[in-house]
Design a protein around this ligand. Structure first.
Ligand code: ADP
Length: 428
């Protein structure tokens, strides 16, 4: 007996300042959205009337309209609803203030607004960054080129989990993708949690800020567009210290605090007077994600790095390398008792120490980053990375590793940095 696939069309009429929220809740389910009349946007990117947009499993979407519109959803069986309460007006006002600062920086030839978005997990930090970036990129005539900086190694939006990255935003993101992905600047951290190696995390933050400031100094357009910095949801204790380190290193001008008054007050207290700290409401539409969902998100992100997305399928390659032909290191030596610590050495030195890894079964499923430095004499730890491979097989008898790689070319002679992050390649 065949099961009939039930595909429903649903039409929605939205009043001005309303949004339609929906999720794609089931694997294999897709939802197709179409704008019938009026104007609408998804997280700051405008929809084209009559065009079909397809969303896949895990998508949590809000279609917002300033003017009113009618929409059609196809294939939706779960919840979808219209909300009249959104914080979009506050977010638009933030954009307008940032735009004023950009105009000022253009005139006075000074650095444009460096904005940091903070708040606990699941308050819509990434979404707010996306909205602000898309709004500034939409103003084509002004030629804004803000840089998006993602400092949350947990999700690894810009490349893969276990890294932090930055990318220049030249155009609004496509409706169905989250961020445009042109030539990112990526640093290997190697863990998904900042607490595992705080020293390394802070070292990378400082380095990245230095490199980005340099790029801003060299390019007036980037300079006046400024930065939008996304941070991680760990805002208490040491997490808070990381936030203040980020603010200092990047020399932030504006901090947008989502949802948490306590955090807002702490920052007002601790930041220099010229830093503008703003408390913003979160959207009632932001969906809380379980740990399981977060883990799946991580895995999906790595899968996407190698295999692409339904809209942009990639064909990765596998290659074999001899144990003796690959130089693999990890950053951070295992802690040693204080009594055994050499006198001229500090605990923090150990945390940023380059340690050789002997190839073997310990590498199975691990992600390896390809450093831009080729010899250990260079400052490998503070050098950005070009891309990633994943160890899919270890053959100890033949002394061979099998690597999954996005590149068909033979692997470059470089230094590989082993990440704690693992990926099971079910496609192989
Ligand atoms: P954070 O960065 O604070 O962890 P995100 O910005 O990633 O939070 O938001 C969590 C999830 O909620 C995302 O999947 C996002 O697409 C979804 N989301 C954000 N705003 C809305 C909204 N207004 N309506 C529906 N879903 C939303």
């Amino acid at each position: 007996e065949s099961v009939e696939v039930q595909i429903e069309d649903q039409e929605f009429q939205l009043e001005p300042d309303n949004e339609l929220r929906f999720e794609v809740e089931n694997k294999n389910e897709t939802v197709v959205l179409e704008l019938k009349t009026g104007l609408a946007e998804i997280f700051g990117t405008e929809l084209v009337k009559g065009k079909s947009y397809t969303f896949y499993f895990g998508a949590k979407i809000a279609v917002f309209t300033w003017q009113g519109c009618s929409l059609k959803l196809r294939g939706k069986k779960g919840i979808s609803y219209i909300s009249k309460e959104t914080p979009m007006m506050f977010y638009l006002n933030c954009h307008a203030s940032l735009e004023q600062l950009r105009v000022k920086s253009e005139k006075e030839k000074i650095r444009g607004p460096v904005t940091m978005v903070v708040g606990p997990t699941d308050v819509g930090k990434s979404t707010l960054c996306r909205i602000l970036l898309n709004y500034s990129a939409r103003m084509n005539a002004l030629g804004r080129r803000p840089i998006y900086v993602d400092l949350d190694p947990g999700q690894g939006q810009i490349s893969v989990p276990g890294t932090i990255g930055a990318v220049m935003v030249e155009r609004p993101a496509e409706v169905e993708e989250s961020f445009s992905q042109a030539a990112p600047l990526v640093y290997h951290y190697g863990h998904t949690n900042m607490s595992i190696n705080s020293t390394l995390y802070n070292t990378l933050i400082s380095r990245m800020a230095e490199v980005i400031h340099q790029r801003m100094d060299e390019n007036p357009r980037i300079n006046c567009s400024g930065l939008i910095i996304n941070t991680c949801g760990w805002v208490k204790g040491k997490g808070y210290q990381h936030l203040t380190h980020i603010a200092l290193a990047f020399e932030v001008d504006v901090i947008l605090v989502l949802d948490q008054e306590r955090l807002y007050n702490e920052l007002v207290r601790d930041m220099p007077i010229f830093v503008k700290v703003v408390l913003l409401p979160k959207s009632g539409g932001v969906v809380e994600r379980s740990n399981k969902f977060r883990l799946e998100g991580r895995e999906a992100r790595i899968r996407e790095y190698f295999y692409g997305s339904p809209r942009n399928v990639l064909h990765p390659h596998t290659c074999e390398v001899r144990f003796s032909d690959i130089k693999v290191y990890r950053i951070g030596a295992p802690p040693i008792p204080n009594t055994l610590m050499p006198l001229d050495m500090q605990k923090t030195d150990l945390e940023t120490k380059l340690e050789p890894v002997t190839p073997g079964p310990n590498m199975m499923h691990h992600v390896l980053a390809l450093s831009f430095s080729t010899v250990v004499e260079e400052d490998v730890v503070r050098t950005s990375v070009a891309g990633f491979v994943c160890v899919t097989n270890v053959d100890t008898s033949r002394q061979m590793l099998t690597l999954l790689s996005p590149q068909p070319k033979p692997l470059p002679e470089t230094i590989y940095l082993m990440s704690d992050v693992q990926f099971m390649d079910n496609n192989a």
